[in-house]
Write a protein that binds this ligand. Sequence first.
Ligand SMILES: Cc1ncc(COP(=O)(O)O)c(C=O)c1O
Length: 436
Amino acid sequence: MSIADATGVERQRDLLDTAGKVLAGGGLGMFNLPPEVNLVVAEGKGSHVTDVAGREYIDYHLGSGPDLLGHAHPAITEAVAAQLPRGTTYYFLNQHAIRLAERIVEAVPCGQRLHFTGSGTEATFFALRTARARTRRSKILKFEGAWHGMHDYALWGTVPTEPSDYPRARPDSAGIPSSIGEEVLVAPFNDTERAVDLIDRNSDQLAAVIVEPLQRVLVPRPGFLEAVRAATSRHGIVLIFDEVVTGFRIAWGGAQERYGVVPDLATYGKAMAGGFPMACLVGSADVMSALDGRVLPRKELAWASGTLSGNPISAVAGLAALGVLSRPGTYEQLHRIGGRLRSGIVESGRRHGFPTQALGEDAVFGVRFIESDDVKNWMDLQRHDRALGLRWGVECLKRGLLVNPNEKFYISTAHTDADVDRTLEICDAAFAAVRA
Ligand SMILES: Cc1ncc(COP(=O)(O)O)c(C=O)c1O
C-alpha cells in the first residue's frame, strides 16, 4: 500500500471541493461516499485502484459491476486501441456490433434476436415497450426492491422503507407522473402465491413481468422463477429477466443458466461491454419481432433507437471481454475467489459478535448484519443493521478496500488469493474497530 503524498492529498481535496460546487449532488450519480472517506479515482489496474491522493485500494465495486475483468485488461485496451484510429461511431452497421450480437445471442438461453442500447436503463425501458407492442397490453408487474434503472416505469417500489400497498407502490423519485403508477403493479420477491395470483387476475392487461432473477443480493427461492414462468406462459405475458447485473457474471449463460429458467426477453449491460457504455435487450424471435421495421408498419412498430447504440468501440471491448470470459475455468475461479471472501467475511464478523451474512452469489454478494436466516424479500432485508453496515464499510474504506457500504461486493477475474488474504485482514481489522 503506497503512502499518500501531501500534494496528492491537497489535489484530491481541491477536486472534491470543485465537485461539490459544479456537480449536481456532488457526485456522478446519486451516490456519495461519506466525506471522511470520499475520494477521486486516478487510475485502475487489475483488481486495484489508486486515488488522486495516492492511496491504493482493492476494488470490490468494479465501476458498479462493468469491470468484471478488472481494470484496464490488456485484451480490452488493445482491442479498443486498435479500433480508435478507425473511427468511434458510424450509426451504420459495423462488423464488431454484428459479431458481438452473434456472440451474445449464442450465449444467452433465450437469445434469438438482439437490440443494442446505451445503458441498462434504456434496455429495460425498451424491453417493456417491446412487450407492450407485442402483446397490445399496457401493464407491467415488477418486484419490490428490484432495480431496473432510472426510467419512469422502473422507479416504483424500488427502495421503500415501508411495505407497499400491493399491488400499488409509491414512486421512488420526484418527477414521475402519478398516471404511470396505474400501469405498474408491484409484488414482493419470492412470494410465489401472490405473484401468480396477481398474474392470473390481471392477465388480460399485463404485457410483461420484469424480474431481477437474483434480486440485488436475494437469491430466488426454489420454484419461484419457475412459477412466474409458468403463469406468464399460460397467459401470453412476456417474461423479462433483467440480467444487467447477472449476465456473464454468475454464469456464462447468466441467471437463466444458473437457475434453469428461460424468459422471453432479457436485458444485459454492465459486464457485457468490458467497462464501455453499451447494453442490450435480447430475446425470442417472436417477441423481438415487435422491433422489426422490415415487416411491421411504422405505427405497429416498437420504436427503439439510440445515436451511439452498437458503436464499434464498445463492441470491440465487449467482444474482447467475452473472449476472455469464455476461457475454460473462468467461472470456477471467479466463484472460488468470491466464495472464499464470503465465508471469510462471515466467519470474521461472527467471531467479533456481529450477525453477519454474505447474501447473494459468489460473483456478487452483499454483506448485511441481520439475525434472520430467512431473508427472502426486500422488506425482510430492511431489518438489517444499516448503521453498522455503514460504520463497517467506512472502516474498510479507511484501510484500503473500495466498497460502497451496504451495497454489493463485485468480484473480478483479476482478484487473486493474495487480494483475498489482504481483504480478510482488512475486514477483520474493520470489525475490531467497529466493536471498539
Ligand atoms: C439490475 C439492473 N438493471 C438495470 C440497471 C440500470 O443500468 P444502467 O445504470 O446502465 O442504466 C441497473 C443498474 O445498476 C441494474 O442493477
